[in-house]
Design a protein around this ligand. Structure first.
Ligand code: BG6
Length: 485
């Protein structure tokens, strides 16, 4: 289905998310000719300004970002004419989301027709805004659709996620609610389902009989930056695992859906997460970074970051081993880890196959490096790499580990992508496949809630692979992490 003409109401239009992700994605859609006709932004935030001022300010920030090689997201070939197509008709409404007036103004401004409400605000406003919209009659679908995009975090445990869901569902139908997890929007992540279910090559061996274990890593080199206050009561486990890491887990391990309908796909993801066996205490390793070196630069420890308590027990790293109790995966460990201030920036999934049945070539079968690996490289390098053994040229039967790689950026023309393009496009088209269902989120929180946290996180040096205890998690099983760097 095609994106429908619509208005996009952005709550938090002056915020970071709007600048860094939303506007660049809309811009990319415009470049690709995928923005619907009659598209209009209604920007909502507290500051008093006109739509023209708002658009001009964002344009000059985009110009700055385009010139800044360290900006993670930008429009590198920023074209004023395209930018204007996105923002020229923008209307700006100044108001307080917690007051009823703004919803009255919105109702008068919007009239009938298709509208997407994007909550690009702190999570504490989600319930308030949804209620305001509902009570203001703005979510009633009459002559047009009304859709609500909610960012993460979606609660901080099962109880709060359910509570938030209760508020949303009191105002809108499930079919109107689009819960974003930007890991679902990333090109290479979307590629996992195609690799698995469009190639007979992979699927027959995608099971316990052939796979020894799976490693999922999302390592970052950045610290908590200016988000200390938020991060202190969130931590790496809640910030990354039930959402982003479980998105990857479900993509790599789910059963093939019977169709690409949002229901069929989301049901399989939910089923997979529901099959996670409660994680044992000794299989969860939280860590916290201490001062160290990243790329030759000294960086402070977490406890010295702004907004962080000097004796903080918040984890900035989390590793775990989990099992999926179903026919395909019974007994296969999945090792997950994520952390800030690690030695490299890398998101990837490594599917490690079993060793050959005996050592025909004199291999040392105790070496944890033996076994083919299919590596899904997700970020920043994107592609698939297959590691296998080849014959070392020469007179002896000697083995050399080699790897065969497909890289998106080499193979396809590199198209700009900040990861929200597909999500915005699909919401405008009414396709929920790339959005989280309430059931998936519940299943994820149930698995996280079962984790018992040790009293204090284990320290690790900034610029390392995480705490020693995370290494031990695999070593005690005779395995090892494939290094981040
Ligand atoms: C966000 C987390 O959801 O994801 C951040 O709140 C984290 O802490 C980010 O840095 C990671 O996403 P990406 O796309 O940069 O890997």
């Amino acid at each position: 289905s095609e994106p429908q003409p619509c208005k996009l109401v952005i709550f938090g239009a002056g915020g970071d998310l709007t600048r860094r992700l939303l506007l660049p994605s809309l811009y990319d859609l415009a470049v690709a000719g995928a923005l619907p006709a009659d598209f209009q932004i209604i920007a909502v935030d507290r500051a008093e300004q006109t739509g023209k001022d708002w658009a001009a300010k964002l344009f000059s920030l985009a110009e700055q970002d385009a010139k800044d090689p360290s900006a993670e997201f930008s429009c590198p070939h920023l074209d004023r004419a395209v930018w204007d197509r996105v923002t020229s008709g923008a209307l700006y409404l100044s108001g307080d989301f917690t007051q009823a007036d703004i919803y009255t103004t919105l109702r008068e401004t919007l009239g009938a027709g298709n509208v997407i409400f994007y909550l690009a605000v702190a999570s504490r406003f989600f319930a308030r805004i949804a209620t305001g919209l509902g009570q203001g009659g703005l979510l009633k679908e009459g002559r047009g659709f009304r859709r609500l995009i909610v960012e993460k975090p979606f609660g901080r445990d099962l109880a709060s996620a359910r509570e938030l869901d209760g508020v949303l569902r009191a105002q809108a139908d499930e079919s109107q609610i689009y819960r974003i997890d930007h890991f679902l929007g990333k090109e290479a992540n979307q590629g996992i389902m195609i690799a698995r279910f469009s190639n007979v090559l992979f699927e027959p061996i995608w099971r316990r009989e052939y796979i020894d274990h799976v490693q999922i890593t999302a390592a970052e080199t950045i610290g908590v930056e200016q988000r200390g206050a938020f991060y202190e009561h969130t931590g790496a486990l809640r910030d990354m695992v039930p959402n982003h890491l479980f998105v990857l887990l479900s993509l790599i391990a789910m059963e093939p859906p019977s169709s690409l309908s949002a229901d069929a796909v989301r049901q399989e993801k939910t089923r997979l997460l529901q099959a996670i066996r409660p994680i044992r205490d000794e299989d969860y390793v939280p860590g916290q970074y201490a001062a160290g070196q990243i790329e030759g630069r000294s960086v402070p420890g977490y406890r010295s970051e702004p907004g962080v308590a000097a004796d903080s027990q918040t984890e900035t790293f989390a590793a775990m081993k989990l099992f999926i109790d179903n026919w395909r995966w019974g007994g296969v460990p999945f090792y997950l880890r994520t952390g800030k201030r690690m030695s490299g920036r890398r998101t990837e999934i490594n599917v490690v196959f079993k060793k050959p049945p005996y050592a025909l070539f004199n291999q040392n079968m105790d070496d944890p490096r033996i076994g083919n690996v299919i590596r899904f490289l997700l970020d920043p390098v994107r592609g698939v790499s297959i590691d296998f053994d080849a014959k070392q040229p020469g007179l002896e039967e000697e083995i050399a580990p080699v790897s065969s790689r497909f890289l998106y950026d080499d193979f396809f023309r590199k198209a700009p992508n900040v990861g929200y393009e597909a999500l915005l496009h699909d919401c405008m088209a009414g396709n929920q496949m790339l959005f989280q269902s309430a059931e998936t989120i519940e299943a994820a929180w149930r698995a996280i809630d079962a984790i018992v946290t040790p009293e204090a996180p284990y320290p690790y040096k900034a610029g390392s692979e995480g705490p020693d205890e995370a290494m031990a998690l695999l070593e005690r099983d005779g395995r090892r992490w494939i290094p981040v760097k």
